[in-house]
Design a protein around this ligand. Structure first.
Ligand code: IVH
Length: 685
């Protein structure tokens, strides 16, 4: 090849690689298999190795990171990177809109809106379309040059594309780490025995501020553009949303949740909508950002001190907060699992006051080294159970311990490490922790009143025998008074025994007895689920019932027969065999049947006799007449699977009112969306 052919070939390869890169990392829609990308990459790499003069800064081969820097160079921003004022209430937003309308004519202002990413602000400088420098925000005027590290982020274009590439532009946006990549990184840190990152933001910051860009290259970072600093030779743009479209056209990654809304109501609706989506988003956000859409109006509004008057951040309640551990208690679950729970100094987090947080198990406590007295980070995201993310080591007091000599003064934490009890805190039975298992268990079984209570409560629960009125408190009383020991005892209860209980009036006792009586007519899946066999949830109980058709076949099934059931693996099969190997469990079943508990015969599953078998449904929002559980049950009876999230494998999404991100996802993926009536029709067909 001649010199000019070589240059042209290298340029063509770079262009193709960046195109496929964009399809893969930004659009999530690769056009060629990885092997094709690898082939093009290898060819370019070879060309550059043979002819080093061909190498350019915007070559995709430069995304792998280079030799470590001695330090970061300071970088002055041409246009300062300012911050945003925060709003916390609807009133704050009304006031913001009022201030905007004092300057901008018209009753209803149009706003460009998007999530407020919880990452690090970055400025990307493109000269003639080529990424030439990238810097952190720093104090807003001067940051650090992190160009080598930014190049390793695959979704950031090394060269801008399209018909409207300017001579110069500073693109502003946020670098962050997706939650899934953060979890993976922490698992890797564990495996290497290295320190965990407290949250995705810290992980993103730690990964970007690496003098060795090869480390940054090994971490998965994401980027979303949200604005520009200065530009030269940019097209005529009238609004923020046009500006965003322009950035997208040049292949800069934009977040899908951006939108344009009108007036205060539009802003508040958007805030509520993103708030609902927040727990399910792939990244952390701490609010939403509203910007007056018209760029002329933005100019007119200008800035007050260090923040724009045309934009504001509307924050959500923080998902993390600091508090102290007052005690660590150990709870005993239905299957005997001991769960350490941190009793916390009450703290407002995720919109509620939290006083307890799970510490999961002993391994977790050890790994995080949580001790009574420690200051901890508590996290509550969405409706997830609050958890202790980690301690703040700087807040732990240490005392001097005299050592062997004057120069060997050791430091020792004031607080003692937590240890799991050797005996059950409720029944005193031995606690075992199996090799390779994280969970410690009380060996007391149904002798342990904590396990008995949980087992009975589970038995009576709505998705099991559905005994209305038999809640946690009542079960506790019945067990503590020695009235009920096994589920079968519940069917021997009489009015006299019940009304003798504290706070139990004759009327509610009567209602309860009626509910117990009504629960006798049940279904086999419910009954199997109610038994509370370890590792057998609602779905497995259904599979087992359909596969075996009656309880006796299930009782006598061996591991091999159980493994023939769809979705039953060796662990589940063993739990089932273990359960029925206990004579008292089989005895209780006999007693329950003798007491009149019954279910209609069930047709054994033959996978083709149901009209929706093999189809996967996802339910979202509130349906007009059916409860979520009802709809699920009907679909499952027809052989369909009901999944929790929308993916390419979803066949139908059934949407009711207030349907959120699942509906959006379905529309994006082109999955048919049904309303309740259409779903019922499908079931009738
Ligand atoms: S616009 C002049 N949009 O929030 C307007 N900022 O408090 C400049 N941030 O340092 C910012 N998501 O790191 C804007 N969608 C978004 C944002 C966003 C996160 C951060 C940014 C900035 C800070 C300002």
């Amino acid at each position: 090849m001649s010199g000019s052919d070589l240059i042209a070939r290298a340029a063509a390869l770079r262009e193709q690689l960046e195109y496929h890169n964009h399809r893969y990392y930004v659009l999530d829609d690769p056009q060629v298999p990885d092997s094709e990308y690898d082939r093009l990459f290898a060819e370019l790499q070879q060309l550059e190795q043979q002819h080093p003069s061909l190498l350019t800064a915007d070559s995709p081969t430069q995304r792998v990171g280079g030799s470590p820097l001695p330090e970061f160079q300071p970088f002055s921003h041409r246009t300062p990177m300012l911050s945003l004022n925060n709003a916390f209430s609807d009133e704050d937003i009304e006031a913001f809109d009022r201030r905007v309308r004092e300057v901008v004519a018209g009753d209803v202002v149009e706003y460009e809106v998007g999530p407020k990413f919880d990452g690090l602000a970055i400025s990307l400088v493109y000269v003639d379309g080529v990424l030439s420098q990238a810097a952190t925000r720093g104090d807003g005027y001067s940051g650090e040059d992190v160009t080598a590290n930014i190049r390793t982020i695959r979704s950031i274009p090394l060269r801008l594309e399209g018909p409207r590439v300017p001579a110069f532009v500073e693109v502003r946006g946020e670098v962050l780490m997706l939650r899934a990549d953060f979890e993976r990184l922490n698992q890797e840190q564990d495996a290497k025995g290295e320190k965990r990152f407290a949250n995705p933001r810290n992980a993103a910051a730690g990964s970007l501020r690496q003098l060795d860009s090869r480390i940054t290259a090994s971490r998965r970072l994401a980027f979303f553009a949200y604005n520009i600093g200065s530009a030269e030779g940019e097209p005529l743009l009238r609004s923020q949303s046009e500006l965003m479209d322009w950035l997208g056209e040049m292949r800069l990654p934009l977040c899908q949740q951006r939108s344009v809304v009108k007036g205060v109501q539009g802003l508040l609706d958007y805030y509520a909508d993103i708030g609902r989506q927040r727990p399910g988003l792939p990244f952390d956000i701490d609010g939403v950002v509203y910007k007056v859409n018209s760029l002329a109006a933005q100019q007119e509004l200008g800035f007050v001190s260090r923040a724009p008057r045309f934009a504001i951040a509307h924050k959500y309640p923080a998902e993390e907060a600091l508090t102290t551990v007052e005690a660590i208690d150990v709870q005993v679950g239905r299957t005997g699992a001991l769960t350490p729970v941190a009793r916390l100094k009450p703290v407002f987090v995720g919109g509620v006051t939290v006083t307890n947080a799970t510490l999961h198990n002993q391994d977790e406590i050890q790994r995080k080294d949580v001790r009574v007295g420690d200051t901890v980070i508590v996290r509550r995201a969405g409706d997830v159970i609050p958890e202790v993310v980690g301690i703040v080591p700087e807040r732990r007091p240490y005392r001097q311990v005299p050592g062997k000599d004057l120069f060997d003064q050791a430091q020792e934490p004031e607080f003692a490490p937590f240890e799991m009890p050797k005996t059950c805190p409720v029944c005193g039975s031995h606690v075992v922790k199996e090799e390779g298992e994280a969970i410690s268990r009380c060996t007391g079984g149904l002798f342990c009143s904590a396990q008995r209570k949980q087992a009975l409560w589970h038995f009576a629960s709505r998705k099991a025998m559905d005994i209305d009125g038999l809640g946690e408190k009542l079960v506790e009383q019945l067990v503590d008074e020695g009235i009920v020991r096994t589920p079968a005892d519940m069917y021997k209860l009489g009015l006299a025994k019940l009304t003798a209980l504290e706070r139990m009036a004759e009327k509610s006792a009567g209602n309860l007895l009626a509910a117990i009586e009504a629960s006798k007519n049940t279904t086999l899946p419910r009954f199997v689920y109610a038994l509370g066999i370890r590792n057998v949830g609602e779905a497995t109980a259904k599979d087992l019932a359909r596969h075996f058709g009656d309880i006796d076949a299930l009782i006598h099934a061996d591991v091999e027969q159980l493994l023939a059931v769809a979705d039953v693996g060796p662990v589940v099969a063993q739990s089932i065999v273990d359960f029925f190997a206990e004579a008292h469990n089989v005895e209780v079943i006999e007693q329950l049947r003798a007491a009149g508990v019954n279910w209609p015969a069930i047709e054994k599953l033959s996978s083709s006799n149901t009209k929706l078998s093999g189809k996967t449904f996802v339910l979202t929002g509130t349906l007009p007449t059916l409860s979520r559980d009802d709809a699920k049950a009907r679909l499952e009876t027809a052989g369909a699977k009901v999944a929790g999230s929308v993916s390419k494998k979803t066949d139908y999404v059934v949407a009711g009112t207030e349907a959120g991100s699942k509906l959006v996802k379905a529309q994006e993926l082109g999955i048919p969306v049904l309303d309740e009536a259409q779903m019922l029709e499908l079931l009738l067909e």
